[in-house]
Design a protein. Structure first.
Length: 231
Protein backbone atom coordinates (compact mmCIF):
# COMPACT_ATOMS: atom_id res chain seq x y z
CA UNK A 1 0.00 0.00 0.00
CA UNK A 2 1.63 3.25 -1.09
CA UNK A 3 -1.27 5.71 -1.40
CA UNK A 4 -0.07 7.83 1.51
CA UNK A 5 3.66 7.68 0.76
CA UNK A 6 4.00 11.20 -0.64
CA UNK A 7 2.18 12.55 2.45
CA UNK A 8 4.58 10.57 4.66
CA UNK A 9 7.51 12.19 2.80
CA UNK A 10 5.94 15.62 3.46
CA UNK A 11 5.57 14.86 7.18
CA UNK A 12 9.13 13.55 7.48
CA UNK A 13 10.59 16.60 5.76
CA UNK A 14 8.49 18.95 7.92
CA UNK A 15 9.66 17.28 11.11
CA UNK A 16 13.38 17.39 10.34
CA UNK A 17 14.58 19.64 13.12
CA UNK A 18 17.54 20.10 15.42
CA UNK A 19 15.08 20.30 18.34
CA UNK A 20 14.15 16.65 18.02
CA UNK A 21 14.47 13.60 20.27
CA UNK A 22 14.07 9.99 19.21
CA UNK A 23 13.27 6.94 21.35
CA UNK A 24 13.12 3.29 20.29
CA UNK A 25 9.85 1.49 21.03
CA UNK A 26 9.84 -0.25 24.39
CA UNK A 27 6.62 -2.04 25.36
CA UNK A 28 7.68 -2.12 29.02
CA UNK A 29 7.80 1.70 29.22
CA UNK A 30 4.18 2.45 28.30
CA UNK A 31 2.11 5.04 30.11
CA UNK A 32 -0.47 3.26 32.26
CA UNK A 33 -3.69 2.68 30.30
CA UNK A 34 -6.74 3.46 32.44
CA UNK A 35 -8.96 1.46 30.07
CA UNK A 36 -11.61 4.19 29.94
CA UNK A 37 -11.90 7.81 28.89
CA UNK A 38 -10.70 9.80 31.91
CA UNK A 39 -12.15 13.23 32.62
CA UNK A 40 -9.61 15.83 33.73
CA UNK A 41 -11.36 18.89 35.12
CA UNK A 42 -10.16 22.38 34.22
CA UNK A 43 -8.91 22.97 37.77
CA UNK A 44 -6.74 19.83 37.57
CA UNK A 45 -5.35 20.69 34.13
CA UNK A 46 -1.77 21.92 33.69
CA UNK A 47 -2.28 22.88 30.04
CA UNK A 48 -4.04 21.88 26.83
CA UNK A 49 -2.58 20.86 23.49
CA UNK A 50 -4.71 21.30 20.39
CA UNK A 51 -4.11 20.57 16.76
CA UNK A 52 -4.01 17.66 14.36
CA UNK A 53 -3.93 13.89 14.80
CA UNK A 54 -3.56 11.50 11.88
CA UNK A 55 -2.41 8.06 10.87
CA UNK A 56 -0.71 7.35 7.54
CA UNK A 57 -0.43 3.75 6.36
CA UNK A 58 2.28 2.30 4.14
CA UNK A 59 3.87 -1.00 3.28
CA UNK A 60 7.34 0.57 3.10
CA UNK A 61 9.73 -0.25 5.97
CA UNK A 62 9.14 1.81 9.13
CA UNK A 63 11.22 1.54 12.33
CA UNK A 64 9.40 1.36 15.64
CA UNK A 65 10.21 4.76 17.09
CA UNK A 66 8.85 7.77 18.95
CA UNK A 67 9.97 11.19 17.79
CA UNK A 68 9.39 14.40 19.73
CA UNK A 69 9.90 17.69 17.92
CA UNK A 70 9.91 20.47 20.50
CA UNK A 71 9.32 20.37 24.25
CA UNK A 72 8.34 17.16 25.98
CA UNK A 73 5.21 17.02 28.17
CA UNK A 74 7.00 17.66 31.46
CA UNK A 75 8.63 20.82 30.04
CA UNK A 76 5.42 22.49 28.83
CA UNK A 77 3.58 24.92 31.11
CA UNK A 78 1.14 26.73 28.81
CA UNK A 79 -1.53 25.85 26.24
CA UNK A 80 -0.10 25.33 22.80
CA UNK A 81 -0.59 23.81 19.34
CA UNK A 82 0.53 20.30 18.63
CA UNK A 83 0.44 17.52 16.07
CA UNK A 84 0.48 13.75 16.41
CA UNK A 85 1.34 11.75 13.33
CA UNK A 86 1.37 7.95 13.34
CA UNK A 87 3.14 6.33 10.39
CA UNK A 88 2.11 2.69 10.31
CA UNK A 89 3.73 -0.05 8.23
CA UNK A 90 1.44 -2.94 7.32
CA UNK A 91 1.61 -6.02 5.13
CA UNK A 92 0.94 -5.16 1.51
CA UNK A 93 -2.82 -5.47 0.94
CA UNK A 94 -3.64 -5.58 -2.80
CA UNK A 95 -7.40 -5.90 -2.35
CA UNK A 96 -9.06 -2.47 -2.00
CA UNK A 97 -11.77 -3.68 0.40
CA UNK A 98 -9.27 -5.16 2.82
CA UNK A 99 -6.96 -2.16 2.44
CA UNK A 100 -9.84 0.18 3.30
CA UNK A 101 -10.88 -1.93 6.30
CA UNK A 102 -7.31 -2.00 7.58
CA UNK A 103 -6.88 1.78 7.22
CA UNK A 104 -10.09 2.28 9.22
CA UNK A 105 -8.99 -0.21 11.88
CA UNK A 106 -5.69 1.65 12.26
CA UNK A 107 -7.51 5.00 12.42
CA UNK A 108 -9.80 3.70 15.19
CA UNK A 109 -6.86 2.88 17.46
CA UNK A 110 -6.94 6.55 18.55
CA UNK A 111 -10.25 5.83 20.35
CA UNK A 112 -8.85 2.83 22.19
CA UNK A 113 -5.90 4.09 24.15
CA UNK A 114 -6.40 5.92 27.42
CA UNK A 115 -3.10 7.15 28.91
CA UNK A 116 -3.37 8.07 32.58
CA UNK A 117 -3.42 11.86 33.10
CA UNK A 118 -3.61 12.55 29.35
CA UNK A 119 -7.20 13.16 28.26
CA UNK A 120 -7.59 12.92 24.47
CA UNK A 121 -10.51 14.47 22.63
CA UNK A 122 -10.77 13.51 18.99
CA UNK A 123 -13.53 13.27 16.44
CA UNK A 124 -14.46 10.70 13.81
CA UNK A 125 -15.46 13.44 11.38
CA UNK A 126 -12.27 15.47 11.51
CA UNK A 127 -8.56 15.17 12.14
CA UNK A 128 -8.66 17.61 15.04
CA UNK A 129 -7.15 16.30 18.26
CA UNK A 130 -6.97 17.98 21.66
CA UNK A 131 -5.33 16.83 24.87
CA UNK A 132 -5.62 17.92 28.49
CA UNK A 133 -2.62 17.07 30.64
CA UNK A 134 -3.14 16.70 34.39
CA UNK A 135 -1.09 18.81 36.81
CA UNK A 136 -0.19 15.71 38.82
CA UNK A 137 1.11 13.96 35.67
CA UNK A 138 3.37 16.90 34.79
CA UNK A 139 4.76 16.88 38.33
CA UNK A 140 5.56 13.19 38.11
CA UNK A 141 7.35 13.66 34.76
CA UNK A 142 4.87 12.39 32.13
CA UNK A 143 6.55 12.04 28.72
CA UNK A 144 5.70 11.52 25.06
CA UNK A 145 7.96 8.47 25.20
CA UNK A 146 5.44 6.75 27.53
CA UNK A 147 2.43 7.94 25.52
CA UNK A 148 4.04 6.85 22.22
CA UNK A 149 4.98 3.44 23.61
CA UNK A 150 1.37 2.85 24.65
CA UNK A 151 0.04 3.98 21.27
CA UNK A 152 2.50 1.78 19.35
CA UNK A 153 1.57 -1.19 21.55
CA UNK A 154 -2.09 -0.68 20.62
CA UNK A 155 -1.32 -0.50 16.89
CA UNK A 156 0.67 -3.70 17.19
CA UNK A 157 -2.40 -5.55 18.46
CA UNK A 158 -3.55 -5.47 14.80
CA UNK A 159 -2.14 -8.58 13.06
CA UNK A 160 -1.15 -6.82 9.81
CA UNK A 161 0.89 -4.06 11.52
CA UNK A 162 4.66 -4.44 11.15
CA UNK A 163 6.22 -1.14 12.26
CA UNK A 164 5.09 2.18 13.75
CA UNK A 165 6.67 5.59 14.03
CA UNK A 166 4.78 8.10 16.19
CA UNK A 167 5.78 11.75 15.84
CA UNK A 168 4.69 14.40 18.34
CA UNK A 169 5.25 18.06 17.44
CA UNK A 170 5.03 20.86 20.01
CA UNK A 171 7.59 23.34 18.71
CA UNK A 172 5.84 26.74 18.48
CA UNK A 173 7.05 27.70 14.99
CA UNK A 174 6.02 24.44 13.25
CA UNK A 175 3.70 24.78 10.25
CA UNK A 176 0.56 23.41 11.93
CA UNK A 177 -1.68 24.48 9.01
CA UNK A 178 0.34 22.26 6.78
CA UNK A 179 -0.16 19.25 9.10
CA UNK A 180 -3.88 19.95 8.96
CA UNK A 181 -3.79 20.04 5.14
CA UNK A 182 -1.86 16.75 5.02
CA UNK A 183 -4.48 15.16 7.29
CA UNK A 184 -7.29 16.44 5.05
CA UNK A 185 -5.59 14.95 2.01
CA UNK A 186 -5.16 11.62 3.80
CA UNK A 187 -8.87 11.70 4.58
CA UNK A 188 -9.69 12.34 0.90
CA UNK A 189 -7.56 9.37 -0.15
CA UNK A 190 -9.40 7.10 2.31
CA UNK A 191 -12.74 8.42 1.02
CA UNK A 192 -11.65 7.71 -2.54
CA UNK A 193 -10.87 4.11 -1.59
CA UNK A 194 -14.36 3.85 -0.15
CA UNK A 195 -15.79 5.29 -3.37
CA UNK A 196 -13.81 2.79 -5.42
CA UNK A 197 -15.37 -0.07 -3.49
CA UNK A 198 -18.90 1.22 -3.68
CA UNK A 199 -19.37 2.82 -7.07
CA UNK A 200 -19.89 1.59 -10.59
CA UNK A 201 -19.33 5.03 -12.09
CA UNK A 202 -16.09 4.88 -14.05
CA UNK A 203 -16.38 8.23 -15.81
CA UNK A 204 -13.34 10.12 -14.54
CA UNK A 205 -14.44 13.32 -16.32
CA UNK A 206 -17.53 13.62 -14.14
CA UNK A 207 -16.11 12.12 -10.94
CA UNK A 208 -15.54 14.55 -8.07
CA UNK A 209 -12.58 12.44 -6.89
CA UNK A 210 -10.57 13.08 -10.06
CA UNK A 211 -8.10 15.44 -8.32
CA UNK A 212 -7.14 12.65 -5.90
CA UNK A 213 -6.79 10.05 -8.67
CA UNK A 214 -4.70 12.51 -10.70
CA UNK A 215 -2.36 12.98 -7.77
CA UNK A 216 -2.13 9.64 -5.99
CA UNK A 217 -0.24 6.95 -7.83
CA UNK A 218 -2.13 3.69 -8.28
CA UNK A 219 -5.59 4.99 -7.31
CA UNK A 220 -7.04 5.07 -10.83
CA UNK A 221 -5.57 1.64 -11.67
CA UNK A 222 -7.18 0.28 -8.50
CA UNK A 223 -10.63 1.44 -9.57
CA UNK A 224 -10.33 0.04 -13.05
CA UNK A 225 -8.94 -3.25 -11.74
CA UNK A 226 -12.01 -3.55 -9.53
CA UNK A 227 -14.19 -2.87 -12.64
CA UNK A 228 -12.54 -5.75 -14.49
CA UNK A 229 -13.01 -8.05 -11.53
CA UNK A 230 -16.73 -7.28 -11.34
CA UNK A 231 -17.46 -7.70 -15.06
S1 LIG B 1 -10.61 6.28 -11.30
FE1 LIG B 1 -11.92 7.88 -12.19
S2 LIG B 1 -14.00 7.26 -11.66
FE2 LIG B 1 -12.60 6.08 -10.32
S3 LIG B 1 -12.46 7.30 -8.46
FE3 LIG B 1 -10.79 7.92 -9.79
S4 LIG B 1 -11.53 9.69 -10.95
FE4 LIG B 1 -13.31 8.66 -10.03
Amino acid sequence: MNFFDSLIDDVLSQTESSDRASYPYNASLCRKDTGYSQVIMQRDTAYELSGTGMSLVTSADINDEIIVVGDDLDKISDNRKFARISIVQTDDIPDEQNAYKLIRKIEYVKYHYFPDGFMIRTSSSSHKEAVRVAKTSVKEGISFKEIGNLLIKKYKEIDEVRGVKVIFVTVPDADYDSFSQIAQKADSITKTLNHIMNTVNFDCDTCNLKPICDEVEGMRELHFRSKERNM
